[in-house]
Design a protein around this ligand. Structure first.
Ligand code: KG4
Ligand code: ZN
Length: 345
C-alpha cells in the first residue's frame, strides 16, 4: 500500500488536487471550478470545462503542494514531493476532454517524480468520501450497500470488501439529481443545478394539500432499479393543473417522491444482503430529507460524506486509490468516459 497519495480529479467542471495519508487523513487540498460559467449557459459546455481545467490544473497542483509544505512544516516543495508515494487520478466516468486534462497531468507528474500511477473510478471515489477524517476504529465495515446518487448517476451496489462489488441496480433513465434539477427548472426555481434550491424551498412547505399525489416510480417492484423521467413529466402536469399550489408544496412533494423511492430500495438491499452499513455518496447525498429518510427507515449505520465532500473533489479519489488492493494496481491508465460503477480499472 502506498501511504501518501496525491490525487487529481477533473471528471466534470471541477479541478481538484489533494494529498491524503492512509486513505483517511487530509494533508492538503485545492479546488477550482468553472461552475459560474456554466450557470450562464444553463449546463456544462464540455469544451469550456476542459479549457478552464487546462488553465487551472498547474496552479491547483502548486496550491496543494504549498499547503502540504505548511502542513509538514518543511522548507521546500521538493521535500513534500519526497513524501508522496503515488499519484492517483480519476479516469472515468465523465467528460472526455476534462478527464484527459487530469489523466495527462497525472501521467506527467508520475513520470517526472518517478512515482506509480493509480487509476480511480470516480463513482467509487464518491463512496470513499465516507472514509475521510475517520479513525481506524470508526471506519465503515463490510459487507455494505453503496448508494451513488448524483446528477449523472443513481446506482446501488453491494460492497463485499474493498473493490469487490456487485451491481444491484440503478436508474433506467434520469438520475435522481437530474430529476431534482429538471423539476427545479420547470418550476422556475433555477435553470442550472437547482436541486439544492428546490430542497430549501421544500423546507418552507406547510400544510400541503398535495402530499402523496406524485407517483413513486418502481417503489414496489422487486428489483433495485429506479426510473425518474416519468416523475419529471408528472411534476410538469401537477404544476400545470394546480396553478395555485405553492411552489414550496410542489417542491416538497417532488423531494418526498425521490426520497421515499430511494429509501425503500436501499432498505430492501440492506435487508436482503444483511449488510453492516450503508455508504452514500454523490451530490444528492447532501440532501437533508434524504439523510432523514434513510436514517429513519434503516437500522444499520449509514455513512454520509461531510457536505464539502458530497460534490466532486480529489480528496476521496486519493482514499479510493489507497484502499485499492495491491494486485489491482498494475492496470494501464487510460481515460474511460463510459465507466460504470462496478468497473474495476
Ligand atoms: O456529484 P455531483 O456534484 O455531480 C455529478 O457527478 O453529477 O452532483 C450534482 C447533483 C446535481 O444534480 C445537484 O442538483 C444535486 O447533486 N444536489 C442536490 C443537493 N445538492 C446537490 N440535490 C438535492 N438536494 C440537495 N441538497
Ligand atoms: Zn461526481
Amino acid at each position: 500500500m502506498y501511504k501518501t497519495i496525491l490525487a487529481i480529479e477533473s471528471s466534470c467542471d471541477e479541478t481538484g488536487v489533494a494529498i491524503v495519508e492512509g486513505g483517511i487523513i487530509e494533508v492538503a487540498s485545492a479546488l477550482a471550478t468553472s461552475q459560474e460559467l456554466h450557470k450562464k449557459t444553463g449546463g456544462v459546455v464540455p469544451e469550456v470545462a476542459a479549457r478552464k481545467q487546462l488553465e487551472y490544473i498547474l496552479p491547483v497542483i502548486a496550491q496543494c503542494l504549498e499547503k502540504a509544505q505548511v502542513y509538514y512544516r518543511v522548507g521546500s516543495i521538493s521535500e513534500v514531493i519526497e513524501r508522496i508515494d503515488a499519484i492517483a487520478v480519476t479516469v472515468g466516468p465523465g467528460l472526455s476532454g476534462s478527464l484527459i486534462v487530469g489523466v495527462e497531468s497525472a501521467k506527467a507528474l508520475a513520470l517526472s517524480w518517478n512515482k506509480p500511477l493509480i487509476p480511480v473510478n470516480h463513482l467509487i471515489g464518491h463512496l470513499y468520501a465516507n472514509f475521510i477524517g475517520k479513525t481506524a476504529n470508526d471506519l465503515p465495515s463490510f459487507p455494505a450497500v453503496g448508494l451513488v446518487i448524483s446528477g449523472g448517476h443513481t446506482d446501488l451496489i453491494l460492497i463485499k470488501d474493498h473493490y469487490k462489488f456487485e451491481y444491484l441496480g440503478g436508474t433506467l433513465d434520469d438520475a435522481a439529481g437530474e430529476c431534482f434539477d429538471k423539476s427545479a427548472r420547470l418550476l422556475g426555481i433555477s435553470d442550472y443545478l437547482g436541486g439544492s434550491l428546490l430542497s430549501e424551498l421544500a423546507r418552507k412547505s406547510n400544510n400541503s394539500s398535495i402530499n402523496g399525489v406524485l407517483p413513486r416510480p418502481l417503489i414496489n417492484e422487486d428489483n433495485f432499479d429506479f426510473s425518474f423521467s416519468g416523475l419529471k413529466t408528472a411534476v410538469r402536469r401537477l404544476y400545470d393543473n394546480n396553478p395555485k399550489a405553492p411552489i414550496e408544496d410542489i417542491s416538497a412533494e417532488v423531494q418526498s417522491s425521490i426520497v421515499e423511492v430511494v429509501s425503500v430500495k436501499v432498505k430492501k438491499a440492506v435487508d436482503k444482503y444483511k449488510v453492516k452499513c450503508v455508504l452514500v455518496g454523490g451530490g444528492v447525498s447532501a440532501n437533508l430529507e434524504l439523510r432523514k429518510g434513510l436514517n429513519t427507515s434503516i437500522n444499520v449505520p449509514i455513512y454520509f460524506p461531510e457536505y464539502r465532500l458530497c460534490t466532486d473533489n480529489a480528496i476521496y479519489i486519493a482514499s479510493a486509490a489507497y484502499f485499492k488492493p495491491i494486485h489491482l494496481l498494475t492496470s494501464e491508465v487510460v481515460v474511460n468516459p463510459g465507466l460504470s460503477v462496478t468497473d474495476i480499472i
